[in-house]
Design a protein around this ligand. Sequence first.
Ligand code: NAD
Length: 515
Amino acid sequence: MSDPAAGTVSPLDGSTLPPVPSSNGEEVKVAVVKAREAQRAWAARPSSEREAALQALATRLLERRSEALEVMGQEMGRGPVDNLFHDLVSAREFVSAVIRAGRKALAPEKISLSMLDWPGKKVTVEAVPRGVVGIIAPWNYPLANFFKHLFPALLAGNGVVLKPSEHTPRTGAWLWKQCVEVLPKDLVQLVQGGGAVGAALLEAGVDALAFTGSVATGKKVAAAAGARLIPCTVELGGKDAAIVLADCNLSRTVAGVLFWAVHNAGQDCSAIERVYVEEAIADRFVEQLARAAKKLRVSVPGAPGEVGPLQNAAQLAIVEAHVLDAKAKGAVVAAGGARTGPGYGYQPTVLDRCTDEMKAVREETFGPVIAVVRVKDAEEAVRRANDSQYGLNGSVWTADLARGEALARRLEVGVAFVNNHSIAGALPEIPWTGVKDTGPGVASSRHAYATFVRRRTVFIDKNAKPDPLWFPFNDDLMAFGEALVARGLGAGAGVFLKLGGLLGKRVKAIQELVG
Ligand code: NAD
């Protein structure tokens, strides 16, 4: 999904943006070395200081938001409301929640051991930062796709190298600048460029990688990380389904489905791209959805609307191809279906009477297109929703919450909703994860820290006597083993007396061996 003019064209009006030079191989290596040098001191700081620094960074991002809104406006073509809500508005609360989840994930864990079996032993499992984490991001949320990994990676004591998408390098550079001004020198580094630079970052010695992007690239990145034996979280594409049941609150469902399908011009891994609606209400649902979709304004220069343009020419081409394919295969265009404006704008589009062989039903569209599939009942809806290579979010819209919950649990997805969709992505205490080609990565929550820390076990033995299983092997050791087996099988109190007696004999035998 890269086009020759990546990052150099305004999606809003087609004007030329100033180019951003790519990093060369040597610069990528230097970035990793510098981040590593700064990381050691950062990891040695008390966690309370790291928490305070991240809060200061979040505050800085909000205070300088007008700069961010401007640069995202240039690169994404979105209006200020869109930019503020999608990428910035809750940065401070986001960091506070990252800190709460981090305190649980990063706290040392004391393992309690039986005094009889493990006398004098003390074990602690600690969270140790990996070192330098590379973060490779897509363009669709040019800040938020970094936030979900940047803050926990830093909180855990890592250095970070950011690699923005070649489509949104300026927003990435703005984020990096804020990091440089607030955090210790060199702790966060920036490299710029396309796929070759992302691949070079993996080869430059990062200790862990957080990747967000397409399935095709994610598979390559995961393979390269596997070859280096470094942990790698991949969060990839989606083709989310919403199941709309006949008993739903129709107006609220239409509003919710429309928003979660079309916000950010549908360029969202967890956008609703397929709707399975029960035949009994399909006519009313489609009519109301199409009417509302037609009222949304696509941004044009000087007049931002609810829907920005597609971010790049390649993405627009995919959207157009999917709509043409659906029309050719019999879909009915109930709303939209055409380009708009001087840039990459595309009308919010509702395709009715879609079928399984259409690209708009099978492949990720990543645009403001809703493919409606009419179904007999909920069973058919669940079966067809699960008939997908992807599995990110899914939702059931119904007035019967218990039934909705049961159906939601049957969806093959990482995040299942009743009467909402996708909103969990904004909540850093909730695991954001998928199945199938969406990838197994977990962003957010304490579960995400597996990428950012390794676990170190520290085992201290305070016992002055030797352990009974040490050499020499003799009949007493065999009897000791048999007594342990008898205990495991539920033998009574007598076995403990026997174990105690054998323990003394074993210690004596070991001392004689080495005495
Ligand atoms: P992409 O795979 O083309 O690019 C993503 C990033 O990978 C870019 O920074 C790119 O330069 C880099 N890259 C490309 N080739 C590389 C290589 N060989 N090695 C290392 N890095 C390489 O994806 P995109 O078009 O930027 O983003 C859109 C995709 O991202 C969609 O499929 C969308 O669903 C997905 N996405 C997923 C999530 C999620 O949470 N699951 C969130 C946002 C976007």
